[in-house]
Ligand binder design. Structure first.
Ligand SMILES: C[S@@+](CC[C@H](N)C(=O)[O-])C[C@H]1O[C@@H](n2cnc3c(N)ncnc32)[C@H](O)[C@@H]1O
Length: 263
């Protein structure tokens, strides 16, 4: 499944729904597209819950954070192999634990002082692992934000899996909303599309200058990140060697780093 939102290529090697992701235009691929739970749908919708439980596998292996259990799409799931057009929802980015998010989560778990007692926004939360890591490390307030409402449901289930009380989840585009004050904003693997990268860069600058918010970015060296002007405002905090299963699923990626944004 390799995930290099490298440009338009979520370089996913294997079957079904992931091939569809490869053909899609990055994560700007109409997240509401075929989703029946648009907008403010309940994160606990029993129908979606049953679908997720049936079509994902609980796993804690193969990532940088074996202490976090997640419901993910694995080779033992039907839709790993199934024809992509049979998948009834928007592309399941929440069913992948991306290398950028893995590095961020590892860093927060190993350095709880970075989040303890702080308010944390996980922007583009996906499966919610980084928000979960922040919670495990003692963050006082957490918001997981993802524009895909199915991600909201997946995050709720993943909180339960880790015996955590679900934290607030926002499925609106936070980039369009008035800035709230956060001590820390974390972004895992969000720089895979040039336009999104530009919007994020501007939003993060506003966040930093308005509220002095600390910003940590996890990225495995995607071209849209390495080639973006944000590079001049980053300091590398730590770099991790990716575990073999993550490497196999992510063509050509061997490491993932955490960057501190200092505009
Ligand atoms: C590559 S995934 C990363 C997920 C997670 N952070 C990780 O590292 O595993 C990117 C996620 O960002 C979400 N996303 C895309 N644009 C967004 C936006 N403007 N605001 C919030 N989430 C967004 C997608 O729905 C997707 O779940």
């Amino acid at each position: 499944m390799a995930v290099s939102p490298a440009g338009r290529t979520l370089a996913l090697n294997h079957g079904g729904v992931f091939r569809k992701a490869v053909r899609s235009s990055g994560l700007s691929l109409c997240p509401w597209g075929r989703c029946a739970w648009r907008g403010n749908g309940s994160f606990l919708d029993p129908e979606v819950k049953a679908f997720l439980e049936e079509n994902t596998e609980v796993t804690s292996s193969g990532s940088l954070t074996p202490e976090i259990r997640l419901r993910l799409l694995t080779p033992r799931c039907k839709f790993w192999w199934e024809r992509a057009d049979l998948w009834p929802h928007s592309d399941p980015y929440w069913a992948i634990y991306w290398p950028g998010g893995q590095a961020l989560s590892r860093y927060l778990l190993d350095n709880p002082d970075v989040v303890r007692g702080k308010s944390v926004l996980d922007l583009g939360s996906g499966c919610g692992a980084t928000a979960i890591a922040a919670k495990m490390s003692g963050a006082s307030r957490i918001l997981a934000n993802d524009i895909d409402p199915i991600a909201g449901m997946a995050i709720t289930l993943n909180c339960e899996l880790n015996q955590l009380k679900p934290f607030p989840i926002l499925t609106k585009n936070i980039l369009d909303l008035e800035q709230d004050k956060w001590d820390l904003v974390v972004l895992g693997d969000m720089f895979y599309d040039e336009d999104l990268a530009d919007s994020l860069h501007q939003w993060l600058k506003d966040c930093f200058w308005t509220h002095k918010t600390q910003v940590l970015i996890g990225d495995p060296g995607r071209p849209q990140f390495r080639g973006h002007s944000i590079q001049h405002q980053l300091h590398k905090v730590v770099e991790y060697s990716l575990p073999e299963p993550t490497r196999q699923e992510n063509n050509g990626l061997t490491t993932s780093a955490v960057w501190d944004f200092q505009p």
